[in-house]
Design a protein around this ligand. Structure first.
Ligand code: ATP
Ligand code: MG
Length: 478
């Protein structure tokens, strides 16, 4: 074995790759299919025993996805408070600006040049003296050098009806609210900065309500923010977690008392994964909820409603909330029949089913990969020392033993690496206890008996006939 390990003295000498795909060992076929699946935006079902890299593959796949470009917001609808409307704000890469993909009818986007002169100067876009345009971040005019007005709060000069406020929201936005005469009807108009060079305009019939109430009516609640992580993991059959919910409020949507409905809406995992990756662990455990997942995948939008019929949230409904995600699902081979046939067929039709192996032949290359895995485990743990070459040999022997005991394979190395990693960590802890600089073979030996003692090798998950699975299902898998 020393020849296989070459001149290596300890695992500290092993170079551990940074690329998440290169850190996945022994699943080369799955790695290459997953890479192309992500490029083509295809769904993936990862099938295999526990602890062989299904989650790792999904996490690595996520790193290949482009950054999200859409933010999902909810907007209060004064005429139907229990039916908040969806507003999608889209970041346009080319211009670095935001545009509205599904603007409600009374909201439009304009450029600073299109604003009334006084509004533009109060929002810092125009010099009040010479009228030339510049960015609000510049405090003096680029043309005439006079100071631009930034202290517009409270100053009312636009037909004597100006008011300007910091809008209360997730973050402070600069806005100016004023009254305008449109076709002889007074409207309340709010100009809000919506991007570097873009203004969102809300126009509504003026109400007798105080300005604050009018602003609340116009307010949006960010449901899925542009910067939120879009790798979303779902485990277990929780309908609320998957589809979202509306929180209860003892005052319901009663004006001025309770929290308005649009602020009580909670996104589901399917919405949080919009433009990202939804990883459903043990998809068969979703049971009857699989049909909702299927609908969401087909429609790429799914409503959010309150799920508890006793709660005031049950009266609230938001239609057409976007949920255009890439599905990565995992399952054990024996759970394949519990996957809803139309869902499985959709994944097959629009994606891939991949069977992961639980062992690999013991070749020189695969020995090196297992050594890389050991070094990775040490590095990732951060609290255990590296292993000497003879300790690595012991681990390789145990790896062979696992492949035989769990998968009936001789001359193979195990890919049930969560188990093998656990053993490396126990051996490492023993070396720390003995204040050794490296993990020695005796630590590995003790770790092995401790590991077996605490039931570390879970023979329940073993598939002694794993070759049978390959025969039975192999034809379906790539
Ligand atoms: N192929 C692999 N390459 C490198 N490390 C692996 C591999 N498989 C498993 N591991 C190690 O085992 C740990 C668990 O792996 P992972 O979470 O991907 O397993 P899983 O297949 O998703 O298991 P489960 O079905 O229980 O969710 C990883 O954090 C990693 O340390
Ligand atoms: Mg997992």
């Amino acid at each position: 074995m020393a020849s296989v390990l070459g001149v290596m003295e300890t695992t500290a000498e092993v170079t551990v790759p940074k690329d998440p795909f290169e850190r996945i060992i022994g699943q080369d076929h799955a790695v290459s299919v997953v890479r192309s699946a992500v490029m083509q935006r295809r769904h993936v079902l990862l099938c295999g025993a526990p602890g062989i890299g299904k989650s790792l593959l999904a996490e690595a796949a996520y790193t290949l996805l482009p950054k999200p470009r859409e933010e999902i917001r909810l907007r209060h609808d004064p005429s139907r408070p229990d039916r908040p409307r969806v507003v999608v704000i889209r970041l346009d890469d080319d211009q670095g600006q935001r545009e509205n993909a599904s603007a409600p009818p009374d909201s439009t986007y304009i450029r600073p040049e299109e604003m009334p002169f006084e509004v533009a100067s109060k929002m810092g876009y125009r010099c009040p003296k010479c009228g030339s345009f510049s960015s609000p971040s510049q405090s003096t005019c680029v043309d005439c050098g006079s100071p631009k007005r930034c202290d517009w709060l409270g100053d009312g000069s636009y037909h004597g009806l100006f008011r300007a406020l910091d809008v209360v929201g997730e973050r402070a936005l600069m806005s100016v609210t004023c009254r305008e005469n449109v076709d002889n009807i007074m409207h309340q108009v709010e100009y809000r900065r919506a991007g570097h060079d873009l203004i969102q305009v809300f126009r509504g019939l003026e109400k007798n309500s105080p300005l604050a109430a009018a602003l609340i009516e116009n307010e949006e609640h960010v449901l899925v923010s542009l910067g939120s992580p879009r790798f979303i993991r779902v485990t277990g059959a929780n309908e609320v977690e998957l589809l979202g919910d509306v929180k209860h409020d003892p005052y319901g949507s009663a004006d001025a008392l309770g929290v308005p409905a649009y602020r009580r809406v909670v996104p589901g995992a399917i919405h949080e994964a919009h433009e990202g990756l939804l990883y459903v662990d043990e998809i068969a455990a979703l049971g009857s909820h699989q049909k909702h997942l299927l609908t969401a995948m087909q429609d790429r939008k799914y409503p959010i409603t309150g799920h508890n019929p006793q709660s005031s949230g049950a009266a609230v409904r938001v239609d057409d909330v976007p949920c255009d995600f890439l599905l990565f699902a995992s399952c054990n081979p024996e759970d394949l029949p519990s996957i809803l046939p139309p869902l499985r067929s959709r994944i097959r039709g629009y994606g891939y089913e991949i069977m992961l192996s639980t062992f690999m032949p013991k070749t020189t290359e695969n020995v090196s990969k297992t050594v890389q895995f050991i070094a990775q485990t040490v590095e990732q743990d951060g609290r255990i020392p590296h292993l000497t070459a003879s300790s690595v040999e012991s681990i390789l022997r145990i790896s062979e033993d696992f492949a035989y005991r769990l998968d009936g394979q001789r001359g193979a190395l195990t890919l049930r690496l969560r188990e093998l990693g656990g053993l490396v960590r126990i051996a490492g802890d023993l070396a720390v206890r003995d204040q050794e600089e490296f993990v020695l073979p005796e630590h590995v030996k003790q770790a092995e008996s401790l590991f077996d003692g605490i039931g570390g090798l879970d023979t329940q998950t073993a598939h002694p006939n794993s070759a049978r699975y390959a025969d039975e299902f192999g034809s379906y898998f790539l």
